[in-house]
Design a protein around this ligand. Structure first.
Ligand SMILES: *Cc1c(COP(=O)(O)O)cnc(C)c1O
Length: 361
C-alpha cells in the first residue's frame, strides 16, 4: 500500500528513511544478532545507542554543559506533576500562562502541590492568540514560570519568550521541540513527549539545568524525582529503549538535513505555503491571529460544518489523512511537523484550491 500524507497531531509522521533504517535493523541490529527491542538496556550495544541519542540532541540544540538530558516515560502529562514536585523548593508558588488545554492540565496538576497564579490567559478567544505579557506582573518569589511554547490544539506559538529574570522558565515544548532554534540557556526546564517531533510515543525528553535538581519535595515518588534519573543516566529502571533508538535515528536525520536552522527554514517554507493560501482564499479561513501562528499545527475552517465534513472525507480519499481538528476547536488542523515533506503541504494546498473552485461556483 502507498504511504499517505499524514497530518496527525500526534503520534505523527516520521521520516521515511528512519522507518526504512529501523526496518533493516529490526531483526538483527548491526552484529548483535538481536533486535534493539530484545537488548538489555545495560548492554554495551544499548549504552552506545542511548549515549549517541543524548550526544546528537545536545549537538542539535546546543545544550549547555550545565544541563542534564533525561530520557523518561509517562509523557508530557507526567511532567505536569514532576515539575512542581521537584521545583517547589522555596515559596511553593508558580506563575503560569494559560494558552490552552495542555496549559490548563499543567495548572490543574501543579495546584495540588502549591499556589498557582495565572498571569495571562487567552481563554476568552478560544486560545487563538498568545496573551501580552508584562514582566512587571511576574511574581519575583515564584519557584518557576511555566509556558507551553506551541499550542498543538489551537495552533499558536510564543514568538517572544517572557523575561522571567532569576525565576526559572519551564516550557512544555512537546509539539515544537527541534522545529526551530531555541536558546536552551533561557530555560530552567524544557520537556517534551517524543511523539510529535522526535519519535514514537513512550519517551519523554527532559532538559534540566543542574541547579534545579535535588530539591524534590519529601512526598515525591522515587520515579518522579529528577535527581534519581540524573544520577542514574536515565537508567534507574528500564528506559523506553526502542523509542529512544528511533529518536536517535530521527536526531541523526535532522543532523543529516543540516541541523535545526535548515529544518526551521523548511518549516517556515511549509507553514507559509499553507498560511498564504489561507489568507487569500475566499472559502477557507485560518483561525489564529497572524502574529501568533504556529509553524507546526495549522487549524482552519470552512463556512459550514457540512463543508468541513465533506472536505475531511474527500481529502482522506485522496490520501491526506488526520485533518480533522481537535473537538474543542472543530474544523480542520494540518499538523506539519519536521518529517512532513514540503511536497505534502504543496499537495494539500493544491487539493484545497481544487476544493475551493468546486465549491464556489
Ligand atoms: C501532546 C501534548 C501533551 C501531552 O503529551 P503526552 O505525552 O500524551 O502526555 C502535552 N503538551 C503538549 C503541548 C502536547 O502537544
Amino acid at each position: 500500500m502507498k504511504r499517505v500524507y499524514n497530518f496527525s497531531a500526534g503520534p505523527s509522521v516520521l521520516p521515511e528513511s528512519v522507518l526504512k533504517q529501523a526496518q533493516e535493523e529490526l531483526i538483527c541490529y548491526h552484529d548483535t544478532g538481536m533486535s534493539v527491542m530484545e537488548m538489555s538496556h545495560r548492554s554495551k550495544d544499548y549504552e552506545k545507542i542511548i549515549g549517541e541519542a543524548e550526544e546528537l540532541l545536545r549537538e542539535l540544540m546546543e545544550i549547555p554543559s550545565n544541563y542534564k538530558v533525561l530520557f523518561l516515560q509517562g509523557g508530557a502529562s507526567s511532567q505536569f506533576a514532576m515539575v512542581p514536585l521537584n521545583l517547589f523548593r522555596g515559596s511553593k508558588k508558580a506563575d503560569f500562562v494559560n494558552t490552552g488545554m495542555w496549559s490548563k492540565k499543567a495548572i490543574q496538576e501543579a495546584k495540588r502541590y502549591g499556589e498557582i497564579r495565572v498571569v495571562a490567559s487567552s481563554e476568552d478567544q478560544t486560545f487563538n492568540y498568545i496573551p501580552e505579557l508584562n514582566s512587571a506582573d511576574f511574581d519575583k518569589e515564584a519557584d518557576y514560570f511555566h509556558i507551553t511554547t506551541n499550542n498543538t490544539i489551537y495552533g499558536t506559538k510564543f514568538t517572544d519568550l517572557p523575561d522571567t529574570g532569576d525565576v526559572p522558565l519551564v516550557a512544555d515544548m512537546s509539539s515544537n521541540i527541534l522545529s526551530e532554534p531555541y536558546d536552551v540557556s533561557k530555560f530552567g526546564i524544557i520537556y517534551a513527549g517524543a511523539q510529535k517531533n522526535m519519535g514514537p510515543a513512550g519517551l519523554t525528553v527532559v532538559i534540566i539545568r543542574e541547579d534545579l535538581i535535588g530539591h524534590a519535595m519529601d512526598i515525591t515518588p522515587t520515579m518522579f524525582n529528577y535527581k534519581i534519573h540524573a544520577e542514574n543516566d536515565s537508567m534507574y529502571n528500564t528506559p523506553p529503549t526502542y523509542s529512544i533508538y528511533i529518536a536517535k535515528l530521527v536526531f541523526q536525520w535532522i543532523k543529516d538535513q543540516g541541523g535545526i536552522k535548515i529544518i526551521a527554514q523548511k518549516n517556515y517554507e511549509k507553514a507559509n505555503l499553507l498560511y498564504q493560501y489561507l489568507d487569500q482564499s475566499a472559502l477557507f479561513k485560518g483561525t489564529v491571529v497572524p502574529k501568533d501562528r504556529s509553524l507546526m499545527n495549522i487549524p482552519f475552517v470552512l463556512p459550514t460544518e457540512e463543508l468541513n465534513a465533506t472536505f475531511i472525507k474527500k481529502a482522506a480519499e485522496r490520501g491526506f489523512v488526520n485533518l480533522k481538528g481537535h473537538r474543542s476547536v472543530g474544523g480542520m488542523r494540518a499538523s506539519i511537523y519536521n518529517a512532513m515533506p514540503v511536497e505534502g503541504v504543496q499537495a494539500l494546498v493544491d487539493f484545497m484550491s481544487e476544493f475551493e473552485k468546486e465549491h464556489t461556483k
